[in-house]
Design a protein around this ligand. Structure first.
Ligand code: CP3
Length: 399
């Protein structure tokens, strides 16, 4: 039986506030919640382990450099940050993959590094290179200066959320697909803040963690409260689900992961709004390389756990039981194979998850995704094979 107890799906009127989910008497204190009015709410339904007609799919980094129209819009903006800070252009690139492919969710176009930038660290992206910070956080003085940033500095993000919701809506206010908001995890943000950019070995951030765990805990506490406020403000602006990217959680040792990553992801989740305007907001946690800790991640209180390609989805499903839905987990490099081969790998991934229903008749939620972001070298037409096969094969699994 799920934590939410049995969910009764009441699909009545076709649009506005149509899907009411009510709890049974075993958890009477939980208020009834609803899904927002959407033409396609399959993604939200899978996140909440409600019945779906097929397996919904979206792709991490679905708006990005593999699309020629993205590169053209970025050229108009002048730079990546120019694009991210312009709500109209950020909206345009968010919509681009939805025009090409039959995706079941949109994701806000932004970056996880907006928070440390708003903390005053000075983010820049040199052409063809990764992110760089003008200031780094490696000593007591720099840590003492850190604070949860004023959300006004991130207004461009919330404006982009509002603009995208508008673009997704028809004239009745009914959305095409849900919009996902996101943030980096406290640990993953700390990696960039200490290293000053990307890293191959995480030497500087791990040096601080092992030498001065007290300072690391201070950074992580500020980050966690900043991430929670940032995500709640995205929810208030219109994000209909939120995802925490713990992209570098998997570089930690067992023990260190629980202390420096998971504990702070939990601190974020504990502060997140579960509902907005009466609608449930699913929370997704993705720890790249986190498969060995799946059982603990499933206990954080999130609704969905994202998995990279190292995990077998069926085994993961057996482990998490009715605690969470799963998201993932095709190796992004599969997209370099030929379309028929991509279709075979998609079918394997769907089959590894197994039948949509559990033995007791309830649904086990699966959101199809890649195990990490799509590569910039991906041939755009190959993505069509992925999306279409997810839909057609998962419909067959329900027939
Ligand atoms: O998924 C989406 O379509 C939404 C957009 C999105 C971006 N970054 C846009 C982006 C999301 C969800 C992110 C998250 C992000 N950013 C993560 C977590 C996800 C992951 O991949 O693990 C991380 C670690 C970052 C940090 C970051 N931003 C790096 C390391 C880089 C440069 C290298 C790279 O992979 O491109 C970025 C820049 C960035 N963020 C680009 C895009 C489309 C490319 C920059 C460009 O267009 O020149």
């Amino acid at each position: 039986m799920s934590r939410l107890t049995r969910l009764i799906d009441r699909r009545s009127a076709p649009q506005r506030g149509a899907y009411n989910i009510e709890m049974t008497a075993s958890k009477p204190q939980t208020p009834s919640v609803a899904l927002p009015p959407l033409h396609n709410d399959q993604f939200l339904r899978a996140c909440l382990r409600l019945p779906t007609d097929y397996t919904p799919v979206w792709l991490m980094r679905q708006a990005g450099r593999y699309l020629p129209e993205y590169r053209a819009t970025r050229d108009v903006a002048g730079s990546f940050m120019g694009l991210a800070t312009n709500p109209e252009l950020a909206c345009e690139v968010t919509m681009q993959p939805l025009r090409r492919y039959d995706l079941d969710a949109a994701i806000l176009f932004s970056d996880i590094l907006t928070i440390p930038d708003a903390m005053g660290l000075g983010l820049s992206f040199a052409a063809g290179e990764g992110p760089k910070f003008a200031k780094v956080v490696r000593d007591e003085a720099a840590v003492a200066e850190l604070a949860v940033p004023d959300m006004d500095k991130l207004r461009y993000v919330f404006d982009a959320v509002r603009t995208i919701r508008q673009a997704l809506s028809d004239d009745q206010g009914v959305g095409k697909v849900p919009l996902i908001g996101f943030s980096g995890s406290p640990w993953t943000l700390a990696c960039y803040m200490v290293e000053g950019g990307g890293s191959d070995d995480y030497r500087l951030v791990k040096t601080l963690m092992y030498q001065r765990p007290d300072l690391m805990h201070k950074i992580l506490a500020v980050n966690a409260d900043a991430v929670a406020l940032y995500l709640n403000t995205q929810i208030e602006a219109g994000a209909q689900a939120v995802m925490v990217f713990d992209s570098w959680g998997g570089v930690l040792a067992d023990g260190a992961f629980q202390e420096f990553s998971l504990a702070y992801t939990r601190r974020v989740l504990a502060q997140l709004k579960r509902e907005h305007e009466g609608y449930r907001i699913p929370h997704i946690v993705f720890t790249k390389g986190g498969g060995l800790w799946l059982d603990q991640i499933a206990d954080t209180g999130c609704d969905v756990v994202g998995l990279d390609w190292t995990m077998n989805l069926g085994q993961a499903r057996a482990m998490v039981g009715d605690r969470v839905a799963l998201q993932g987990n095709l190796d992004p490099n599969v997209l370099f194979a030929q379309p028929e081969q991509i279709a075979q790998q998609v079918i394997r991934t769907l089959d590894s998850f197994g039948a949509p229903r559990n033995a007791d008749g309830s649904y086990a939620g699966h959101v199809f995704n890649l195990g990490h972001g799509i590569s910039q070298f991906t041939p755009p037409e190959h993505v069509t094979a992925l999306v279409d096969t997810v839909h057609s094969h998962s419909r067959k699994l329900r027939a």
